[in-house]
Ligand binder design. Structure first.
Ligand code: ARG
Length: 467
């Protein structure tokens, strides 16, 4: 039987061409073209290595370098014609190279497989994206820390159970957010360090019989070392999972910030204002100014956690080594990257533009008996056991609720009715300033400490070097 001509690069052993639907079903070019420039970078390193090993002549190598350069320009200028028949980004570029430079193009794939090629491309691509995300994360943190420094002495209610608990400073609250991001940044760098190794040379799964130089390509591509095991090299997607785990936790943090901003910008709280440019109106209710950016970020956190779950399920139970399943790693990973980068960008722009309603914050702290613990601590200092002091202050608060009076506004005689040990000096501890200033220890909310913590955070950010 005469063999039917197939257009693929692997059609040698096939006697009929792929079903048209199967071709579309198995193709990845519609989404993996995003890897094109990194694919070219990987190919250039591989070609340089082949030339050094004598597997390509100097002329062949030069033709490949020139051809890939041309293809890069075609892609950058949007002139490249992507074809689903050629399945994925790798074969599209390789076919185009051969079309341009002839036989030398066909030699590029010597000692390489798409399995180690795609593992290399995704790592190169993700590494660049990690660096861009790290920069946005730092920018957001810088904004938060400046806001914290500015509002180091601004009093607000601190909450537990979303009930007024004790006064804190706004700067302290911003620095609590910053701590979450500080851990996220460390996790991102940790992920980067572990993923920055070169799978190139693992070929399909078992390595290759050509005299390749894996150290050379690893160095060329800025990886710290070649991977240690060829089977693992083509099968491993842990780095994508680790990145998505970083991303899911970061987005969880952003969703928490978002939730607070949504509450705080409401008429009921009125703690802060977002500039109009981060909000939208309602088509029917003229008074509305909706905090769309925080709401969207809060919503987007869900899909990133979903992508993490997708990748875990994708890898679960896969036998070694490469399986076509792995092609499904890209869409969740890419969408995670886009979502995280955009969410950080929006937050980094928004936070420095936030304004704080000092009087409202203060009034909210005053209204909720936020200094009740301070009164109990005062009684303890006068010699009363803490449990008794708790009871005494509870009674005073109940009286205050009934009379609609804050503790600080009660006459001394009324307060002395709850305990005779109370003296005129009590008003120092019942004041909001007295309350926050008293919490003057590492990690405390005293304005002096918050200003210092902001300065330290600023210095840590300034000391960050590009990864
Ligand atoms: N498009 C494929 C992927 O993303 C490239 C590797 C294909 N390898 C293979 N043996 N079919 O995983």
């Amino acid at each position: 039987m005469e063999k039917q001509q197939t257009s693929t690069l692997w059609g040698g052993r096939f006697s009929e061409s792929t079903d048209a639907f199967v071709q579309r079903f198995t193709a990845s070019v519609d989404f993996d073209r995003r890897l094109a420039l990194h694919d070219i970078r990987g190919s250039l390193a591989h070609a340089a290595m082949l030339a050094r090993a004598g597997l390509l002549s100097a002329q062949e190598h030069a033709a490949i370098v020139a051809g890939l350069g041309e293809i890069r320009r075609e892609i950058e200028q949007g002139r490249f014609e992507w074809s689903v028949e050629l399945e994925d980004v790798h074969m599209n570029i390789e076919a185009r190279l051969t079309e341009r430079i002839g036989i030398a193009g066909k030699k590029l794939h010597t000692g390489r497989s798409r399995n180690d090629q795609v593992a290399t491309d995704v790592r190169l691509y993700l590494r660049d994206e990690i660096d861009a995300i790290a920069a946005e994360l730092t920018r957001l943190q810088q904004g938060l820390v400046e806001l914290a420094a500015r509002e180091a002495a601004t009093i607000m209610p601190g909450f537990t159970h979303l009930q007024t608990a004790q006064p804190v400073t706004f700067g302290h609250h911003m620095l609590a957010w910053n701590e979450m991001l500080e851990r996220d940044y460390a996790r991102l760098l940790d992920c980067r360090a572990r993923m920055n190794v070169s799978p190139l040379g693992a070929a399909a799964l078992a390595g290759t019989s050509y005299p390749i130089d894996r150290e050379f390509t690893a160095t060329e591509l800025g990886f710290t070392a070649p991977t240690r095991n060829s089977l693992d090299s083509v099968a491993d997607r842990d780095f994508a999972i680790e990145f998505c785990a970083f991303a899911a936790l970061l987005m969880t943090h952003l969703s928490r910030f978002s939730e607070e901003l949504v509450l705080w910008t409401s008429a009921q709280f009125g703690f802060v204002n977002l500039p109009d440019r981060f909000c939208t109106g309602s088509s029917i209710m003229p008074q509305k100014k909706n905090p769309d950016v925080p709401e969207l970020v809060r919503g987007k956190s869900g899909r990133v956690t979903g992508h993490l779950m997708s990748l875990l399920m994708l890898m679960k139970s896969q036998p070694l080594a490469y399986n076509k399943d792995n092609q499904e790693d890209k869409e969740p990973l890419f969408d995670t990257i886009d979502t995280v980068r955009d969410s950080l960008h929006a937050f980094a722009d928004m936070m420095p533009a936030l304004t704080v309603n000092e009087a409202t914050l203060r009034e909210a702290a005053r209204r909720g008996f936020a200094t009740a613990t301070d009164l109990a601590d005062y009684l303890v200092r006068k010699g009363m056991p803490f449990r008794d002091a708790h009871e005494v202050v509870g009674k005073a608060v109940a009286a205050g609720v009934a009379a609609r009076t804050d503790l600080a506004d009660m006459p001394l005689e009324t307060l002395r009715g709850f305990s005779a040990t109370i003296g005129a000096d009590v008003f120092e501890v019942l004041s909001l300033e007295g309350s926050v200033s008293a919490r003057d220890h590492i990690g405390g909310t005293a304005p002096r400490r918050v200003a210092q913590a902001a300065a330290e955070a600023r210095a840590r950010l300034a000391a960050r070097t590009a990864p």
